[in-house]
Design a protein around this ligand. Structure first.
Ligand SMILES: NC(=S)c1ccno1
Length: 240
């Protein structure tokens, strides 16, 4: 997968050199480049913003640099992703959809945002996704790109050491929150590991984990449970 990130703060994306995302880049699984939007300015001050039409606080990112950046970077299989409070909620399903793309360009807005015409013009030549991490406002899109790219990269083939992790984790194929996890020691302070996990009975262990996932989801995210189709539950779940 090819990813281009355009920002006025390239150093904000330095964490993408680290850990599993960094390893995915070194392995060639993720071909990522970070670009300074000011590359596409032409004035001596490298200006990227101006006052908003209609008045109001703050500044708006000018369309010209963005237009030239997208002209330079977009190709026939590009999706433009714009992290924004006005975007569609980012979910694991969104991460899977983005992981299936050939080429992503992330546009990191700053100030009061990017001139709307940038997105409108881009939409005439590529799919555009405005994505929100949640109902809150950040200084800009860079931190959101770090989150989105981590969620997407871990879904790319070969990035996770054991792809089985994807099957059992929260928001996975079962649509539930994952069960609690434990490791050694069996006794820690006055707390013990559930006996079933030390029983060696894999059938019982699988059932326990399923039950715990259902209980945890019902208590913390009943909305997720309500969204599951009836066939997601086997007869024993219904009896639980
Ligand atoms: N909520 C999101 S993703 C955001 C981006 C910029 N500000 O807030």
């Amino acid at each position: 997968m090819r990813v281009d990130v355009v920002t006025i703060f390239p150093e904000y994306l330095a964490p993408l050199d680290l850990s599993l995302v960094g390893k995915a880049r070194a392995a060639g699984t993720l071909d990522l480049a970070v670009h300074d939007l000011r590359t596409w300015t032409s004035d001596v001050h490298r200006t990227v913003d101006d006052s908003p039409y209609g008045g109001g606080p703050g500044m708006v990112m000018r369309p010209e640099p963005w237009g030239q950046a997208l002209d330079a970077l977009a190709g026939p299989h590009t999706r433009l992703v714009v992290p924004s409070p006005v975007g569609a909620p980012f979910t694991q399903a969104t991460a899977h959809a983005l992981a299936a793309e050939q080429h992503l360009i992330f546009a990191c807005g700053r100030y009061e945002g990017i001139d709307q015409r940038v997105l409108d013009h881009a939409a005439t030549r590529m799919p555009v996704s405005e994505i929100s991490l949640g109902d809150y406002v950040l200084f800009g899109g860079e931190v959101a790109v770090l989150v989105i790219l981590e969620a997407v990269t871990r879904l790319l083939p070969g990035v996770l050491g054991n792809a089985d992790s994807l099957a059992e984790e929260s928001h996975g194929p079962a649509g539930l929150l994952e069960a609690p996890v434990y490791t050694k020691p069996a006794q820690w302070r006055d707390l013990s590991v559930p006996d079933v996990l030390r029983s060696g009975d894999h059938g019982r262990i699988a059932r326990w984990r399923r039950d715990e996932a259902l209980l945890r989801t019902a208590r913390r995210r009943p909305d997720l449970l309500a969204a599951l189709p009836p066939e997601a539950f086997d007869k024993r779940d219904r009896a639980t």
